[in-house]
Design a protein around this ligand. Structure first.
Ligand code: ACO
Length: 325
């Protein structure tokens, strides 16, 4: 009998400190940086984001999301036999957030590792977990996206610091006799490293290079719009489905204009687009599982719905996962 993988539980968590555009603009004005609610909403669709307290890490946010996903799946933490955490803002250089999260969940023994594909991290992690379940290497995987991007923002750069937020989302992916994950399509092109990066690294006890995010927004925008369409089409072709079969499109939540453009290219009505970027900002690898969890808990995404997840981000990386929820 063919072995598939299927999402059986979702969870998410946002740190309590919510900043509206007006509050962020006031904070930035005190630093001599000028921005406005009007500019941010018009160019990005973002109205608010959450920032974690200074002592709260990705594993803390991931833990809350993971507990909720495990509970929704009707499991105990001890049932989990694989942990993958997608993050670009780990608690420390090593060990991985996944190992720290495993310990915080009170379990031990199962493989646990991080996936680094920036904002595409969650679709990469889900694809790897799916492959490990199909191969028999795991049966009950916890796949988490967790980020504290506020730590790597340059608050003197208004072109980037208004875009991002902190948060975590998680799913439990279990072996199943019915599909689940229908198809996925992952890509990377390292020649674009420079358009979106945090170039700093640790050497000789110091951080060499900037530890803050830098981005060529226009270049990222152009690439994102192109690859989100191609990844969606490639994934549909692998599953032998068409755009008309998609019930819900959950793209990486970076910019509402990019998301609208993707929906338009796929000829999907905007009612099928799940949008959380307005309230979360761009939470990088956390954005897709956060949006999925909100869509599930609000009753939009229902059992049996066909859902297209799409990630795009630094690397340059991109990809899509098509699934039956
Ligand atoms: N407030 C007010 N004005 C601003 C701000 C701000 N926060 N930021 C920029 N401006 C100004 C600029 O200085 C510029 O002024 P000028 O014309 O006087 O020079 C003007 O607004 C227009 O700036 P642009 O950069 O042309 O604005 P654009 O419409 O391209 O929007 C944005 C910028 C929002 C960054 C857009 O390019 C974008 O969304 N790019 C994609 C970003 C993205 O998706 N990133 C995440 C990828 S995922 C990951 O891996 C992390």
């Amino acid at each position: 009998m063919t072995r598939y993988s299927r999402i059986t539980g979702t969870g998410s968590y946002l740190p309590p400190n919510r900043l509206t555009n007006a509050q962020l603009a006031a904070d930035l004005a005190a630093r001599g940086v000028e921005t406005s609610d009007e500019w941010i909403v018009e160019r990005t669709g973002i109205s608010a984001r959450h920032f974690a307290a200074p002592d709260v890490t990705s594993s803390d946010l991931g833990l809350e999301a993971a507990k909720r996903a495990i509970e929704a799946a009707g499991l105990q933490a001890a049932d989990i036999d694989l942990i993958i955490v997608a993050t670009s803002t780990p608690d420390m250089v090593f060990p991985s957030v996944a190992c720290i999260l495993q310990h915080k969940l009170g379990i031990a023994g199962c493989p646990a590792f991080d996936m680094q594909a920036v904002c595409s991290g969650f679709v990469y992690a889900l694809t790897v977990a799916d492959a490990m379940i199909k191969s028999g290497a795991a049966s009950k995987a916890l796949v988490v996206g967790a980020e504290v991007f506020s730590r790597i923002l340059d608050f003197s750069d208004r072109t980037t610091c208004v875009l991002f937020g902190d948060g975590a989302g998680a799913v439990v992916l279990e072996a199943s006799q019915t599909p689940g994950i229908l198809a996925s399509d992952l890509h990377a092109d390292g020649k674009h490293v420079g358009i979106l990066c945090v170039p700093g690294h640790v050497s000789g006890g110091q951080v060499l290079g900037s530890p803050l995010l830098t981005m060529d927004g226009k270049a990222v925008f152009k690439l994102a719009v192109a690859v989100l369409e191609s990844a969606a089409r490639a994934t549909l072709a692998k599953a032998e489905l068409t755009e008309a079969d998609i019930d819900w499109l959950i793209p990486h939540q970076a910019n509402l204009r990019i998301m609208h453009s993707t929906a338009k290219k796929l000829k999907l009505p905007l009612e099928k687009l799940i949008v959380t970027v307005d309230q979360h900002g761009n939470t990088s690898a956390a954005s897709i599982p956060l949006a999925l969890d909100e869509a599930v808990r609000s009753g939009k995404v229902k059992k049996g719905d066909t859902v297209m997840l799409e990630g795009v981000g630094g690397g340059f990386t991109w990809g899509a996962v098509l699934l039956k929820y």
